[in-house]
Design a protein around this ligand. Structure first.
Ligand SMILES: *Cc1c(COP(=O)(O)O)cnc(C)c1O
Length: 398
């Protein structure tokens, strides 16, 4: 052993080669460890060739693929029932990379007008710089035919729209996409595979902000794309190029969270329906937007598309009155924090007009159905009776 001086001994013990010793042992770790390594080491140049030429499996450099990202992606692909999945450093990273893999200058896409703010900004302001145009469907949202051009390359929608929780008919959109010979891309963030399988419903790619329910504990930023291996090839290529994959620790946390996705989203959904019914019966509430309610125009479509009688944990409601009542309730609900995000373990409240839709013009707000008396609840995993008691008390104080 040549590395015998003090400084060298510190460097050359307990390194990656320790893994070989572990691999040869009679036990395995019960969970998949965190691989905090930017790069991988090889016995010789031939080993690198073998990996590049796909004669052997293995990793080279973590921007090009890494064990923890692949482990998280494998769980998500299994949940989705998809051939493949990729994880990214945020939902925006996943969505922009997926879209950019499908378009080039001169192309066009058709999208629902009701979108996550960042995606809307990307479509309207950023894609324009690349010479890609976007047409938005009307409020019916499945009316693609009149907007399609020879240059149309994809159709984009969210499974559950924010903040009115509308659910488009994916069968119709998938039919349009098939007729045009272009992919349908669906943001399934609010539903997750525990509520709806976008790919089974005809989508070619499902995209996620894994920051939300897939992560589920308000502690990581992450994103994901699922689909067939072939459809993900271009997305993978761009992910390697842009270097926006998910890091090892966050991938590990995402993998851990996905273990309980079914339990969590099941409870979010049960609680969501209970809270929606409570709010709908409350005299200070004018209207509740939740696809699980019979009063929702989206209920028939949602009931057909969603699994296990689940409708997710997201709902919005209009208070009688307006801005004064909304601001009052935010203050009165001391037990429910005002959080401009969603899908954590705790019930949280958001004010769409001041958070997710802050930069919408009055016309755009009207088109999206966002009003000053409207609040959005991300219903958490607490006891449903407790959530109702906190809401009841707060509503009593305005
Ligand atoms: C949060 C969110 C995004 C963006 O995801 P980030 O993880 O914040 O980048 C995209 N779509 C939907 C529906 C979201 O809720």
């Amino acid at each position: 052993m040549t590395w015998d001086k003090f400084a060298s001994r510190l460097i050359h013990n307990g390194d990656g080669r320790f893994q070989l010793k572990l691999s040869a042992s009679a036990s395995l770790p019960e969970t998949f460890p965190v691989y905090l390594t930017s790069v991988f080491a090889f016995e010789d140049a031939e080993a690198v060739d073998d990996i590049y030429e796909k004669r052997a499996g293995g990793y080279l450099y973590s921007r090009l693929g890494s064990p923890n990202a692949d482990a998280a992606a494998a769980i998500l692909a299994a949940a989705e029932g998809s051939e493949d999945a990729l994880v990214f450093s945020s939902g925006m990273a996943a969505i922009t990379t997926a879209i950019l893999s499908l378009v080039r200058a001169g192309d066009h896409l058709v999208s629902s007008p009701v979108l996550y703010g960042g995606v809307h900004d990307f479509f309207v302001n950023e894609l324009k710089r690349f010479g890609v145009e976007v047409s938005f469907t009307g409020p019916g949202r499945e009316e693609v035919a009149g907007l399609a051009r020879p240059s149309t390359r994809l159709i984009y929608t969210e499974m559950i729209s924010n903040p009115l929780m509308e659910v488009p008919d994916l069968g119709r959109l998938a039919g349009e996409a098939r007729r045009l010979g272009i992919p349908l891309v669906v943001d399934n963030t609010f539903a997750t595979p525990a509520v709806a399988r976008a790919l089974d419903l005809g989508a070619d790619l499902a995209v996620y902000s894994a920051t939300k329910y897939l992560g589920g504990h308000s502690d990581i930023l992450a994103g994901a794309v699922t689909g067939s291996r072939e459809k993900l090839d271009g997305v993978r290529r761009l992910g390697k190029l842009y270097g926006n994959g998910l890091g090892a620790v966050d991938s590990w946390l995402l993998a851990r969270s996905l273990r309980t996705l079914d339990l969590r989203v099941g409870r979010h959904s049960e609680n969501g329906l209970k809270i929606a019914l409570f709010l709908e019966s409350h005299p200070k509430v004018e209207k509740v937007f939740y696809p699980g309610l019979a009063s929702s125009p989206s209920h028939p479509v949602a009931a057909r598309q969603f699994l296990g009688g689940r409708f997710g944990g997201m709902l919005s409601f209009n208070l009688r009155g307006g801005e004064k009542e909304a601001r009052g309730l935010i203050r009165a609900l001391a037990g429910i924090p005002f959080v401009p995000s969603l899908a954590g373990a705790a019930t949280t409240l958001s004010y769409s007009i001041k958070a997710s839709h802050r930069f919408y013009s009055p016309e755009e707000l009207a088109a999206a159905g966002v009003t000053a008396g409207q609040l959005r609840l991300s219903v958490g995993l607490e006891d449903a009776g407790d959530i109702i008691a906190v809401l009841e008390e707060g509503l009593g104080r305005i």
